[in-house]
Write a protein that binds this ligand. Structure first.
Ligand code: SF4
Length: 273
């Protein structure tokens, strides 16, 4: 069977991520979180297409948690899934409405995503799935890192594989090595029925702000994006202000205050002040 370039490109990056982390094994029952956006539809589509070309057998269970906005895209997603021979599992909620109500003092996306995640976890367990696949891609990993640094005061991001409830199921992100641009191209060329998010926060989230900020850097130097992604793999904990660093060096630092430099090579952290 001959596949077009846009399919092969995304399939290659998905294969790399799955292989690197051993994400999928024979006999897996994989719940796939669907939002109706290009990422989750592309994820479902490619996991389904790969079944025709790889020796590993697994079952897919698409799950859609409806946030409660009108019109619901559930029928469109349902139709897409049935064309793949899959049944969509829909859970209706008011997560999006609650998140935008006056009682919610948190960021709407924060609460909405937390409620959605809880329902997704419950559905994964109810369906007897041992894996939950989500459509986060390389750009999501980069953007989440900056969101956490700027708004949560933490140096962390979302990871390709994560185990929950003592191994009851494993969350996997097969698009973790995939560029958003390749997913967009795949979604367009494959004619995926991407739905418009009716949520009032859809275009004004913190993620959109970070995305446009990062795009400015990407346009000024094409190496920046790759460098950030590589940096997420190369964390030098010896040069971070961690609790461990304080525990090991705090008192020593105080007793040596004002003494000579150790002479050890330091990474460049010049702030030009
Ligand atoms: S954009 Fe809307 S639907 Fe999406 S997580 Fe934020 S509040 Fe929820």
């Amino acid at each position: 069977m001959r596949f077009p370039g846009w399919y092969k490109k995304l399939n290659r990056s998905v294969g790399r991520a799955i292989g690197a982390y051993g994400m999928i094994a024979d006999g897996d029952r994989i719940a796939v979180g669907i939002s109706g956006g290009k990422d989750s539809l592309a994820l479902l589509s490619i996991l389904h297409r790969r079944l025709a070309t790889i020796p590993v057998r697994y079952e897919l269970f698409p799950v859609y948690i409806d946030p409660g906005f009108e019109p619901s895209p559930a029928p469109v997603i349902e139709d897409f899934c049935s064309r793949l021979g899959l049944r969509l599992h829909v859970e209706y909620s008011r997560n999006g409405i609650v998140a935008h109500s006056a009682e919610n003092r948190e960021n709407p996306c924060f609460l909405c995503a937390r409620l959605r995640r809880k329902m997704l976890f419950e559905k994964t367990v109810t369906l007897g799935c041992n894996k939950l696949a989500l459509g986060h891609h390389k750009d999501d990993l980069i953007e989440t890192f900056f969101i956490n640094v700027l708004y949560s005061g933490q140096v962390c991001t979302i990871v390709p594989v994560q185990s929950f409830f003592g191994g009851a199921f494993t969350m996997i992100r097969p698009l973790a090595y995939s560029d958003e641009a390749d997913i967009r191209s795949f979604a367009e060329k494959a004619g995926l029925p991407v739905v418009v998010n009716a949520c009032p926060s859809a275009s004004s989230s913190r993620r959109s702000e970070i995305k446009s900020l990062l795009n400015r850097f990407y346009q000024s130097n094409r190496k920046v994006r790759g460098n950030i992604f590589r940096a997420l793999h190369h964390v030098n904990a010896d040069f971070m202000l961690t609790a461990e660093h304080l525990r090991r060096h705090g008192s020593l630092q105080r007793s040596l205050a004002g003494s000579i430099d150790s002479g050890q090579d330091q990474p460049t952290m010049d702030t030009h002040r």
